[in-house]
Design a binder for this molecule. Sequence first.
Ligand code: ATP
Ligand code: MG
Length: 569
Amino acid sequence: MDIKEEKMPEEKKGLNFVEEIVAGDLAAGKNGGRLSTRFPPEPNGYLHIGHAKAICMDFGVAEKFGGTCNLRFDDTNPVKEDVEYVDSIREDIHWLGFDWGNREYYASDYFPQLFDLAVRLIKEGKAYVDDQSSEEIAAQKGTPTTPGTHSPYRDRTPEENIDLFMRMNAGEFEEGSRVLRAKIDMASPNMHFRDPIMYRIIKTPHHRTGTTWKVYPMYDFAHGQSDYFEGVTHSICTLEFVPHRPLYDYFVDELADESYRPRQIEFNRLNLTYTVMSKRKLLQLVKEGLVAGWDDPRMPTISGMRRRGYTPQSIRNFIDTIGYTKYEALNSVSLLEHAVRDDLNRVATRVMAVVNPVKLIIDNYPEGQTETVEMENNPEQEGSGTHKMPFSRELYIEREDFMENPPKKFFRLAPGQEVRLKGAYIIKATDNIERDADGNITAIHCTYDPETRSGLPGSMRKVKGTLHWVSAQHAVDGEVRLYDRLFNVENPAAESERDFRELLNPDSLKVVKGVKLEPYIVETAKPGDKFQFQRIGYFTPDYDYTKEAPVFNRTIALKDTWEKVHKKA
Ligand code: ATP
Ligand code: MG
């Protein structure tokens, strides 16, 4: 697959190509003017951001043109499927802001009809039971340029085939010992037409149908017919299904007439830099404990992103930006991060927290005195109000915000240099610096100018730097978890000769304890809340959060600030 990095496309306008097809079909009065789509997850893992792209398409196009979108669990393989996944999928779709009403369906609902169709095809000589192993069948497939060879069982009589198929389903035969195949064309240039497998034997009980069935339909024999049984008109999926489409149509032909037939349309998958999107690999990360679960904030899963503090709106905005095309691409994760920052800037409450604290003592501020300063909650949102923050003689500031021997253009704190403490006073550092036995700075002394508090005339005085701070005696200790990209390489999927686990970024999680939080954060924080720790980044309470031991996930850094800090250092 030829994957190129995609640039940020032009401002989106008009309809995307799928919407154009839908609009055309509706205008032509196809399917009685009906529009019905479906989102068809297999409940064998948690949904990831790639699925979000499909969800936005399937539900989005239905919403846009007054149709409906079904949720259909594609539960045709009981070995890999589980109700835990069903529940998580429902939750994630709702969280993204979509709803399927009472249209929750399961491919397993159609097992009886699919079985009946298989029996009919056998009777019509269009399907046969093959006693060969999957290896033997694969060896006879041929190549795209050379025809395959016929199975020795291809010409069994319908009677014998019916008898064997019934006995397969009765549990008489071992898994892998027999399959039901469509009798189509072993020389077809489309490999999917070379007598594709319709049914295999599986004896693991199914999460919905229990032990009723011992044979289970393959995707290609289930999907199009399920669409048909459900009345789906537009079956939108990803590009890897393009070569399956003729087979989709072949089976649908056995059911549909001129009044209604579902139609498959394909768009490009979402691939993101610095991550993997394969459910198999994500499952492996979870099972091997390489991440803390499907909802680990480093995972590209919807539940991981939710826990990390991404908003549904930011994910939807990102998907809108990248759009839908007919060729594969690799999208930069920084586009997603941009969308996240953009939305959080709009909604996050501004607060102060000091991640790497050092004491700051204001020598000329009265001992024992506390005053409160008023802080804006969100300058981006009118009416979001203010909150109070205590100020006192001893504060914490960020260790990196002080330098004893600063280079030129260091506009933060240094001996003899002035900065503003955000929302409060202008201070000037003195030469008095306290150190521990190892020489590490433990406290910085300064003086303040009482005339410079906001509201007073001196507040207009300009200084170059503004620092965030918290009052030492009022601060609450907390923990922050700083997340970085899960993988070290841009396109882990392309590194086929290396085990993807070797490509994991060993520094993708950094835990920092002893973070000093302004009291307002802990007084108000609830799960799902979004904060901007000023000058640091966006944070959200983790699921482990308690008032006694507050834990915050860093959703994303405030890029600008950190880049500046790194450049200076
Ligand atoms: P599997 O290998 O288990 O089939 P899958 O990622 O295809 O994995 P499904 O549960 O079958 O998972 O996917 C449900 C729907 O989501 C399908 O229509 C599929 O095309 C779509 N989808 C899956 N991955 C992506 C992706 N990266 N980008 C866009 N759509 C995707
Ligand atoms: Mg799939």
